[in-house]
Structures are given as C-alpha cells and as structure tokens.
Design a protein around this ligand. Sequence first.
Ligand code: P1T
Length: 393
Amino acid sequence: MTTDRPAGTPGFATRAIHAGQEPDPTTGAVVPPIYATSTYAQDGVGGLRNGYEYSRSANPTRTALEECLAALEGGRHGFAFASGLAAEDTLIRSVCRPGDHLVIPHDAYGGTFRLFDKVHSQWGVTATPVDLTDLAAVERAIQPGRTRLLWIETPTNPLLAIADIAALAGLARRHGAVTAVDNTFASPYLQQPLALGADVALHSTTKYCGGHSDVVGGAIVVDDDVLADKVRFHQNAMGAVAGPFDAWLVLRGLKTLAVRMEQHSDNAQAVAEFLTGHPAVAETIYPGLPDHPGHELAARQMRRFGGMVSFRVAAGEQAAVDLCARTTVFTLGESLGGVESLIEHPGRMTHASVAGTALEVPADLVRLSVGIEDVNDLLEDLDQALREAGSGR
Ligand code: P1T
C-alpha cells in the first residue's frame, strides 16, 4: 500500500482540494479564475508581475493545476499539457537524443507505441517492447550506454498487467536510465510512482484526473530539479501546453479524485466478480481478482485496484464486437476514467494502430471503464448484453 501522507503534509484528499489554490487575493474567489489571457502587462520592460509574461510560458490557472498535480504525485515540479501524448512527446524529447534507446512495455497504450514506433523512430530514437513483468527480459533489453529511458505503464492498457515500479526503477538507475511511469490507469490516488523510486509520473489527465470526459489533457510530475528544467524548457519551446479552461476543468476534476477512485474500485470489483465464471466470458482480467498474476504486487503498490476491467468473450471476435453495441448504461466509446461507464473493443478501436505489431491485442477482448453509477444498473446491463453473446447469435 502506498502512503497517503508524507510527514508534515496534509492528506491526499486535502491536497486535491487545496494545493495550488489559495483564495484569489483581489476578490476572495474560492475557485481559481480561468485566466483567459495570452499576455500580461509589464511594469516597465521586463517588469513582470509574479513572473507572468506570456501564456505559453505560464498562466495562473495552469500554475494552480501544475502545483496541485505536483502535490498529489509527491514531486516538486508539475507540468500540464494539451494531451497525454503531448506530455509523452515532451518528455521523450527532454530526455532522449538521436541514437538513444528506450525500453517500453510490450502492451502499452496503442497511441504511446505509435509515438515511439512511427514518430520518434524517424528521429533516431529506437524502442524495444518488452514484457515488464519479466525483470530478466528487461535487463537483457537494456543497451548499456544507449538506453536513456525505461517506460512503464501499470496497470497496462488494455491488458491490465502489473509492473513492479520499485524493482524496475532500481534496475534502470543501475544502468543510468530515467524511469517514467504512465500512471493514467491508477491515478495519483491509487499509485505513487515517485515514492516507489521512479523519476517521472506521467498522465493522460483526460482520464481519471479530469474524471468527467469533458477535457483532453496531459501531465508530467518530477522531483529532480535538473530534469524539471529540461521539461520546463521543452514545454515552452514546443508549446503543447494546457489552455486555461482545460487546466481549470482538470483542477476541478482533481478535487473529487479520491472519492471517485474509491467508487470506481468498488464498482469494478463487483463487475469483475460478476464476469468471472459467466458462461459467455472466457477470461476476466482485473488486478483485484486473486487469480490475476499481478494481484499480490498490485495489492502492495496500489491503494485499490482501480476502475478498469477487461474480458474475453467466449464466442470470439464478432460476438465481442456485437456485445459492445448492446449495452445501454455502458456507452460504446473510446477513452476511460470518467464518471460514466464506457465499453469498447480495443482491437478495432483504441488499439487498432498496433494491429500486426508485437502489441496486437486479442480480437475477442472487450474493455470496460467502470463508472460510478449504481452498480446494480451496471451488472444488469452487462447481464442482458452477455445473455445474447452466450446464445451465440
Ligand atoms: O489521449 P491522450 O490524452 O493524448 O492520452 C494518451 C494516453 C496515454 N496513456 C494512456 C495509458 C492512455 O490510455 C492514453 C489514452 N487512451 C485512450 C484514449 C484510450 O481509450 O485508451
């Protein structure tokens, strides 16, 4: 279990509501305003007020979000981006140079793999996909002197494999590589990569941090000052920053992260138990199930097991595709982490870009983002949708 409260700091839920968010000094507004401004008046040339010069470099609403994210991940420096992929791209370019090498999970989010495989490979940065649950395989994949970055995603999207952050970060450090953890599926409430020894915690804030499916965003949190300077430089130099309204939406979402993640975890556990042993389901994948290969590890490094559940449909690919169109409470759509439940077919949707690669996902796989609706409505919805899948129609 991760610790909720480093010595001398308020608990997680208190930080989520207050960090970076003093009442506005002029009006007392409790909620940070949306500073919809591109530029700032200067008191004489170079006379900046609180360092604000131009909103690509810094904006007060974004500053509030960046401070809150840093406080939640337990690092000293937070950075907010226009999307999760923008955060990833900025990090890779901050750390890697042509000729460098990365080790990446063999079951990462499809868009993450595409970024390495189709974009950064063009600039001389190569990546080796490895099963991160196999430490010996990770060590074999590391190229001494060349491997700059070990990329961890845990739980993975969509197969929910669990990687040992502390062990992998130790391995990377011995080989002089930076460890980055995509913490999107867990959220900072359930998992604290920096406390486990990672150098970088990264998010698609589109997901649990935002929490309401109304914003696309990304985040990086680091503790190291030198790494922070590199990320800050590239954030400004590349410019894929979160706009003030988007920053405000994520900041608002974070306030309820703790209660939402508890409810997501309760509902997902119930859904996973319902699916286990259902005649139409060949396999249920959820780290909270005792037979999940990463169950013990997840119990150690996560506070709860989260809101994502995947399962394989016994009747095969077409039955899985048809099932996704039959639910009514679960909406058929990409993305995850919002209050509403979503269902999708990774092979044809979120992970279509990895078809034919080492990262291809099973064709009969269905992914659920279990929301925080009344759990009985979720179970009834899956029950009616699975009844037809079971009949083989
Ligand atoms: O979509 P964006 O905000 O750019 O985040 C990319 C991203 C990064 N990391 C993980 C683990 C992700 O799941 C994602 C985005 N994933 C989806 C859109 C999805 O439906 O899986």
